[in-house]
Design a protein around this ligand. Structure first.
Ligand code: ADQ
Length: 459
């Protein structure tokens, strides 16, 4: 059996309990066959004499974790710059927030070349390589340039936007051409796949063959949707832990006379958090029966603080929450509770279960795992209602959620009102259908179907 090599910007120790579902799922594969996980250490170190980051390796069971350090300049240009100020906004349809500084491109190329050089030294001929996410799009092209012939697959965790949006990136031809160095490109949704195929056929002159394979530049790549799932078993187990039960009990007690609405996200402009608060304000305005009752709890974990757009978002949100509490709040009722921090993972299921409505309202999202976690955490006899943006990748699968358009404040307020008053039977029916889908297409299905397709691709 070939060895699996996973490459991602950051890596997590799959055997640490704090690791999320993805790390655990990838780790499981790596442990089974023995494997290598390669990425940035998370450290910013001074450049060494030869200008190369040091390679650190350590073992965790049958898995070797290999990491390199970045220097300050690489961190600013590759990570904060090209990855998070060019690719993240454009791939989330936010051309207005993109900063096409040419320094960033140089850093992005340099780090991808550095990763390729360091990784190549560790590779065996029959390895299967799985590269993750937008930080590393050109990695396969750099590996091929060094003579690597192994099978290489790529999975993009964020959306892939329409062709003309991609074309706004000054280096879009170079960037998208580099996908032809992979044997398989996995995307989150069918919508993303159709954008990719359209770009390749209209902008890159590719020919579309059978089975969503594209041919150009003397290479063939297959592009397919592999919607990522969660580790349902693990999340259920987490929900039965003492911490989760304690969280559930204390939240239920505190909000015993209220209807709780919950939002959990990274504080990111793609997540539609201000839009959610506006819709909640509209709900209180239009449906006064919710006064002194409906309470929106938002837990937004700090993210990319040093990128300007994130600081602006934080200020906007603080203003909105302050205004709504000032306008509607009373001595014994605060309509919005906004917490800017990461809560311990083991508390997430309890929070989800204690809330009547889960609000997942991104303007764009590759998938959105919170939507799936929310459903799995519910009590099947008395489940809460998932209100989900139609612009999350998850909406392609989770048709039984209440699907909303986060740009439509009134429409979203009406859907929240419907969710708060949904009869038990309908809540149970929707929950059953959602849970069935989430359980069937879990993270193991995702990993196994991707690796099977990569194994079957022609090298
Ligand atoms: P993210 O943008 O990080 O992921 P998401 O899919 O929602 O978004 O996953 C976030 C994870 O972090 C969830 O497990 C959630 O429980 C946890 N989390 C978020 N906020 C938290 C908080 N305040 N406290 C504690 N835990 C919190 C990217 C893409 C997504 C895609 C995933 C996986 O942007 O679209 O679904 O990768 O491919």
């Amino acid at each position: 059996m070939s060895r699996l090599v996973v490459v991602s910007n950051r890596l997590a120790d799959p055997r640490k309990p704090a690791a999320g579902g993805l790390a655990v799922a990838l780790g499981e594969s790596l442990q089974r066959t023995g494997g290598l996980w390669f990425g940035w250490s998370g450290n910013i170190a001074d450049n060494t004499a030869d200008g190369e980051g040091h390679l650190h390796t350590r073992s965790s069971g049958k898995v070797t974790l290999a990491t390199v350090d970045l220097n300050q300049n690489d961190y600013e240009t590759y990570y904060e710059g090209y990855a998070n100020s060019v690719l993240w906004p454009v791939f989330h349809y936010r051309l207005d927030l993109a900063d096409f500084n040419t320094r960033y491109l140089a850093g992005y190329r340099r780090v991808n070349q550095l990763f390729a050089r360091k990784l190549k030294a560790l590779l065996r001929d029959d390895d299967i390589i799985w590269v993750h996410d937008y930080h590393l799009i050109p990695l396969a092209a750099e590996l091929r340039a060094l003579g690597c012939r192994q099978r290489i697959g790529f999975f993009l965790h964020i959306p892939l936007p329409p062709a003309l949006m991609l074309a706004a990136i000054p280096q879009h031809e170079w960037l998208m051409r580099s996908l032809f160095s992979y044997d398989l490109v996995g995307l989150q949704s069918e919508a993303d796949v159709s954008h990719c195929i359209r770009y390749m056929t209209t902008e890159a002159g590719a020919e579309l063959l059978a089975d969503q394979r594209l041919r150009a530049h003397n290479a063939t790549v297959q592009v397919r949707a592999f919607p990522i799932g969660i580790d349902v078993q693990e999340f259920r187990r987490l929900g039965q832990s003492q911490d989760a039960l304690d969280t559930y009990e204390s939240v239920r007690r505190e909000y015993s006379r209220r209807q709780l609405l919950l939002g959990i996200d990274r504080l990111d402009y793609s997540k539609g958090i201000p839009q959610r608060v506006r819709a909640f304000s509209e709900l209180l305005e239009r449906y006064p029966d919710n006064e002194h009752s409906a309470t929106l709890l938002m837990i937004a974990s700090p993210s990319r603080d040093s990128v300007h757009a994130y600081a602006d978002l934080r200020h906007e949100l603080e203003g909105l929450c302050g205004a709504i509490n000032g306008n509607f709040g009373d001595l014994d009722w605060m309509p919005v509770r906004y917490i800017h921090r990461t809560v311990a993972r083991r508390r997430v299921p309890g929070l989800c279960r204690a809330s009547r409505v889960g609000l997942v309202t991104p303007l764009r999202d590759g998938m959105n795992l919170v939507a799936k976690e929310y459903v799995v955490a519910q009590d099947p006899d008395d489940p809460g209602v998932l209100v989900l943006s139609r612009f999350a990748g998850a909406a392609e699968q989770l048709k039984d959620a209440l699907l909303v358009n986060p740009y439509d404040t009134q429409g979203m307020a009406e859907s929240i009102q419907a969710a708060l008053h949904m009869p038990l039977e309908e809540r149970q029916r929707r929950h059953r259908a959602l849970l069935e889908n989430i359980t069937r297409f879990d993270v193991h299905w995702w990993r196994e179907s991707f690796l099977a397709a990569l194994g079957a691709s022609s090298p």
